[in-house]
Design a binder for this molecule. Structure first.
Ligand SMILES: [Zn+2]
Ligand SMILES: [Zn+2]
Length: 124
């Protein structure tokens, strides 16, 4: 009987370890750390009266050899953008070399200090 019991314990612990291992593997895939290439850049298209807002992953910027174009209307009149913390709309940054002080949609005052983060490469 003693042999049999330890055998059962062995099986149980093997199953538990296996489940834990699978859990670890799943966790590895789910918690995959964000790489710089997966960072999302925010863009806004001003070709039409109603701006088109869209995201482009950093790694996908290379798929626009002639510059990013609007996925909605195909226009090249696109600008890097930041997201308004108040209304969630995208606001063009660096337009005419200036950073917005207020949201063009809701008029919220914006903290200009963070805007530099969006001024990496890209744009025109
Ligand atoms: Zn557009
Ligand atoms: Zn706003």
């Amino acid at each position: 009987m003693k042999m049999k019991r330890s055998h059962v314990i062995g099986v149980v612990s093997a199953v538990v370890m296996g489940a834990a291992g699978i859990g670890l593997i799943v966790k590895f895939f789910v918690d995959k750390p964000e790489t710089p290439a997966d960072k999302v850049t925010l863009w806004i298209c001003l070709a039409e009266d109603v701006p088109h807002e869209f995201d482009v992953k950093v790694k996908d910027l290379g798929s626009f050899p002639n510059g990013v174009v609007c996925p909605v209307c195909g226009s090249e009149d696109v600008h890097r953008a930041m997201q308004c913390p108040e209304c969630g709309h995208y606001i063009p940054t660096g337009l005419h070399g200036a950073t917005p002080e207020t949201c063009m949609f809701c008029g919220a005052e914006l903290a200009g200090g963070k805007i530099d983060t969006f001024h990496s490469k890209g744009g025109h």
